[in-house]
Ligand binder design. Structure first.
Ligand SMILES: Cc1cc2nc3c(=O)[nH]c(=O)nc-3n(C[C@H](O)[C@H](O)[C@H](O)COP(=O)(O)O)c2cc1C
Length: 510
């Protein structure tokens, strides 16, 4: 199985790093006339409108970041309204803006590199109240489902996962996919990293939205890729499944699923022409699992990798207790969310930063991450303006929780340089870098571990977006010069690679 030829993931990682040379010598330009559509549109299928009168839970967004294990399950089988709620707050259209010369832009619930929106959601359900058993595609453009297959196909997904026990009785399973060209148009082969970053921000919202509806969730990343892709009936050179999420519980699978036949459905073209980036197809094939048995064997968690011994001054964090978190409701936070385009230099309080770090790092309910919240990524920070913290470089110790000062100093200029020369990171109050020991990860998970680490980075980033807006400040994901970030945080971060960068702070008034 190619999954264990881990030199393939390492090659992809090395070849898609940003360096001064790769960025400033690049001849790539954006062919605006050939920009892909940000929606997958099936032709000739009846739209099943989703209910627009979505329930308001008013659950504090910060509380909605808690893992499902900490909640009393009150909804075991989602209704159509629950599903509409989860889909809307994960990937719905939340804002419309008109740009002269460009037309109307539809912004979504979750942040997405380049606003190219290349992640699609599908839904496989048994009979749930208000929706017939079937496989559906979610189209945020008209907030509707389209039925691709009639019948209960959940067993196909559960079998593909090697019978992941936590997926077995989920009444609804969301499948997230990526269409490479929709992001590669701008970012070329590096878009494969964005597959997971942008899927991660969608997942951060999706998990929080399900939590707000008291629906248990479970994320499955180990599955036989070909079986899931065949169910979606996608052309795998262009579009592939990335994740499965079980929603709800207590709905046993039918004895058998209907046969999976090709669908021959028509889809609107994305652009005049599509370009292929072979490096994407190679790393995706190399991180694919071939059979349900492979998926079952792959599933499992990586053992604890402690941070290096503490040598710097420790600054304990002081998050609000779960009962008195800021009250901004998840619905309002997601509707208000948007990437900050300019930061003021106003300081964050230590409580705000503490809430952000501790809430964003709540355990992710997944087949390959521990319930205790052990992550593959460690969080490194450049603190520019936080009350009670000297400016400098830090590493986050989640258990304490505390920040260890690695090096004191004013690193605004360096933060901007590391973020590909973007002032946003220099002006922000804090820049948080998710870093991961890729070699150790590949040894344990094979190439598929690369997907997991990038996705975890995206989920952490997506949660930090929510935690920022829940506390009245802003955030933006950013790209970065890979090796320069590692060098900046070394020797502490030697051998680690950046999986996500997010800048946080108050928005500057224009
Ligand atoms: C993974 C990721 C990387 C991003 N990188 C950048 C970046 O390098 N520079 C930037 O200005 N914005 C960046 N953004 C912000 C996106 O441009 C923004 O999310 C998108 O335009 C959609 O707008 P919204 O977040 O306001 O809804 C990034 C967002 C994500 C999720």
């Amino acid at each position: 199985m190619e999954n264990w030829h881990t030199e393939l993931a390492l090659t992809f990682h090395e070849e898609t790093k940003h360096s001064y040379e790769s960025v400033y010598r690049s001849r790539h330009f954006l062919d605006w006339a050939n920009q892909p559509q940000p929606f997958k549109r099936y032709l000739g299928l009846e739209a099943i409108p989703l209910p627009a009168d979505l329930p308001m839970t008013r659950m504090p967004a910060l509380l909605a970041l808690s893992p499902p294990s900490e909640m009393a399950v009150t909804t075991s089988v989602p209704t159509l309204h629950d599903l509409a709620y989860v889909l809307f707050y994960a990937a719905g259209v939340t804002k419309r803006r008109f740009y002269p010369g460009h037309g109307e832009m539809l912004f979504r619930a979750a942040a997405c590199a380049g606003a190219l929106y290349h992640i699609d959601l599908y839904l496989s359900v048994g009979d749930v109240p208000g929706l017939q058993a079937g496989l559906y595609h979610f189209d945020p453009h008209d907030f509707a489902l389209r039925q691709l297959r009639q019948g209960d196909y959940r067993r196909v997904l559960v079998e593909a996962s090697g019978d992941d026990p936590a997926l077995q009785e989920a009444p609804a399973i969301v499948v997230g996919s990526d269409t490479f060209w929709r992001n590669a148009w701008k970012y070329r082969a590096r878009a494969y990293r964005h597959s997971f970053w942008d899927a991660g921000t969608v997942l951060a919202n999706l998990l929080a939205a399900a939590r707000a509806r008291t629906l248990p969730t479970h994320l499955t990343l180990g599955f036989a890729d070909a079986l899931v892709n065949a169910l979606l009936d996608v052309d795998t050179d262009r579009e592939v499944a990335l994740f499965l999420v079980g929603l709800g519980t207590g709905a046993p699978l039918p004895a058998a699923a209907p046969p999976v036949q090709p669908l021959h459905l028509q889809v609107a073209p994305l652009s005049r022409e599509e370009f292929d980036y072979p490096a994407i197809r190679i790393i995706h094939a190399a991180s694919s699992l071939e059979s349900p048995e492979d998926a079952a064997e792959w599933r499992g968690v990586i053992s604890e990798a402690p941070l290096p011994p503490v040598t710097g001054e420790m600054f304990p964090l002081c998050p609000d207790p779960a009962g008195s978190l800021p009250s901004a409701a998840l619905e309002d936070v997601i509707r208000r969310r948007g990437s900050t385009r300019r930061f003021s230099h106003q300081s964050l309080s230590l409580v705000q930063l503490s809430n952000m770090l501790t809430r964003a790092t709540q355990p992710i309910p997944a087949d390959c991450l521990t319930a205790s919240g052990r992550r593959l990524n460690d969080l490194y920070l450049i603190v520019n303006a936080v009350e009670g913290l000297p400016s400098g470089a830090y590493v986050f110790h989640p258990q304490s929780p505390a920040l260890e000062l690695l090096c004191a100093g004013d690193f605004r200029r360096q933060a901007g340089e590391l973020a590909l020369g973007q002032e946003l990171a220099a002006d922000a109050s804090v820049a948080v870098f998710c870093l991961c020991d890729v070699l150790a990860l590949l040894e344990h998970f094979g190439n598929r571990g690369y997907r997991v680490a990038q996705l975890e980075g995206g989920i952490l980033g997506g949660r930090m977006y929510l935690a920022a807006y829940a506390q009245g400040f802003g955030a933006t994901g950013l790209t970065f010069f890979d090796d320069d970030v590692t060098a900046f945080f070394s020797p502490h971060a030697a051998d680690k690679s950046v999986m996500f960068l997010i800048a946080l702070g108050y928005t500057a008034r224009r």
